[in-house]
Design a protein around this ligand. Structure first.
Ligand SMILES: Cc1cc2nc3c(=O)[nH]c(=O)nc-3n(C[C@H](O)[C@H](O)[C@H](O)COP(=O)(O)OP(=O)(O)OC[C@H]3O[C@@H](n4cnc5c(N)ncnc54)[C@H](O)[C@@H]3O)c2cc1C
Length: 387
């Protein structure tokens, strides 16, 4: 498996790195303090091709694949993890679902605007009673002529208030818990759709998180993605890519936190010597470096497998489980190395520390990743050692 970057991948990495360290860094601190979504940043990311990374050129994308998206999310997250959420969900969940399951009419109508970043795609699964358990979705979708009528609420939807395209999973058959769900493409101007409560969160403040309200919301039957009853398969299937996206985000947070720690420890002196020269600090730095490398290998492997069209649910979950854990551990140790100033808004580590936490929760908690991994591992043992 190719873990080294090709020449083209290095160029892409440099492009997004330059953008993140200049344009994004210039606005990130204030955007997170004000909890404001940066429309202009997404417009620029669209111009650079990063809102259509996995979309074929015929629909206006750049078709570079998941590995290049991983590189982009890593660089963005070193500076502003909140910006990376929308980029990840838009590319790995919304774009990929429309591309795979949309009719030709739907793809032609929506993908060019999505791939250019003019229309942001969001993914709306979670409800009050349906978090980890997607099969508990209650939101109803009832067919009436050429339309479906949707009723119910989705909660915790990232960038829901900025969406041009909303992927919604609702219940079309009350008697079939898993086979009774259907995926729809909803536009925010459809009658009966509105934005509800905005969440006030611990971190990721420059990414809005909102409730979506559907009251007799009319959706054309042509906007069904896949076919009726495929909602669960679509929602969960897309999460392999989504989880590689969040793992890449965590990798960026971990790298950003480590960079801050090393640079700070080089400058700060106590007891007549630089903090970095204490053996205790060196051990912390060594542990950070090992964890970061191990996480990067897991994330890059999962991304390469996805690009090769291989089954990668286990590897995507492993990457997410490990990268999100070490992002929290490295952010913790980095703040420790900073001492008191690390706890203030003056230093980026304060924000990275808060932003890291949710990576272990969304797109499947760490406990759910363990269930996915264990299921696959046990299956592999069953095959290798049939009883
Ligand atoms: C900032 C943010 C952004 C989000 N963005 C989106 C979005 O864009 N779209 C969207 O649809 N959702 C989104 N979510 C929702 C997110 O995906 C859910 O919060 C997550 O899936 C967990 O669901 P829950 O919060 O209902 O927790 P629960 O499912 O109630 O879990 C609570 C606890 O129980 C544990 N648990 C649950 N089931 C099991 C089990 N079988 N075995 C062991 N432990 C278990 C969990 O691991 C967790 O520790 C977002 C959430 C946040 C915080």
């Amino acid at each position: 498996m190719q873990l080294r970057l090709s020449e083209e991948e290095r160029m892409i990495q440099k492009t997004i790195r330059d953008f993140a360290r200049k344009d994004l860094a210039a606005v990130a601190d204030q955007a997170n303090l004000d909890a404001v979504f940066q429309d202009e940043i997404y417009r620029k990311l669209g111009e650079l091709g990063f809102m259509g990374v996995t979309v074929p050129e015929e629909y206006g994308g750049v078709d570079l694949g998941t590995f290049c998206l991983t590189l982009a999310l890593e660089e963005i997250s070193m500076v502003c993890p909140a910006t990376a959420i929308a980029v990840s969900v838009h590319n790995e969940l919304a774009n990929s679902i429309v591309l795979r399951y949309g009719s030709d009419a739907v793809k032609n109508k929506f993908l060019p605007a999505m791939a250019s970043g003019r229309s942001i795609g969001v993914y709306a699964i979670t409800e009050t009673e349906a978090g980890s358990d997607v099969s508990a979705i209650r939101m109803s979708a009832v067919r009436e002529g050429d339309e479906y009528i949707l009723n119910g609420n989705k909660i915790f939807i990232s960038t829901g208030d900025k969406a041009g395209v909303i992927i919604v999973v609702a219940r079309t058959n009350a008697d079939d818990r898993t086979g009774g769900l259907t995926a729809f493409l909803v536009e925010p101007n459809f009658p009966g759709f509105s934005i509800g409560k905005t969440e006030h969160k611990m971190g990721m403040k420059a990414s809005t998180t909102v409730e979506l309200v559907f009251e007799d919301c009319r959706v054309p039957a042509g906007n069904v993605l896949g076919s009726p009853g495929m909602g669960m398969k679509i929602a969960l299937g897309a999460l392999d890519g989504g989880r590689i996206g969040i793992a890449s985000q965590a990798l960026g947070i971990a790298q950003g936190a480590m960079d801050s720690a090393v640079l700070f420890a080089r400058e700060r002196s106590q007891f007549g010597q630089r903090i970095i020269d204490f053996q205790g600090t060196k051990w912390k730095i060594a542990d950070m470096a090992v964890k970061l490398d191990a996480a990067r290998l897991l994330v890059y492997r999962a991304a390469r497998m996805k690009d090769a069209g291989e089954q990668c649910s286990k590897e995507a979950s492993m990457a997410k489980l490990y990268a999100t854990r070490i992002a929290n551990e490295i952010a913790y140790e980095s703040m420790q190395i900073h001492g008191g100033v690390g706890y203030t808004e003056e230093f980026r580590i304060e924000r990275l520390f808060r932003d890291a936490r949710v990576t272990e929760i969304y797109e499947g908690t760490s406990e759910i990743q363990r269930l996915v991994i264990a299921k696959k591992v046990i299956e592999e043992y069953e095959q290798a050692y049939p009883s």
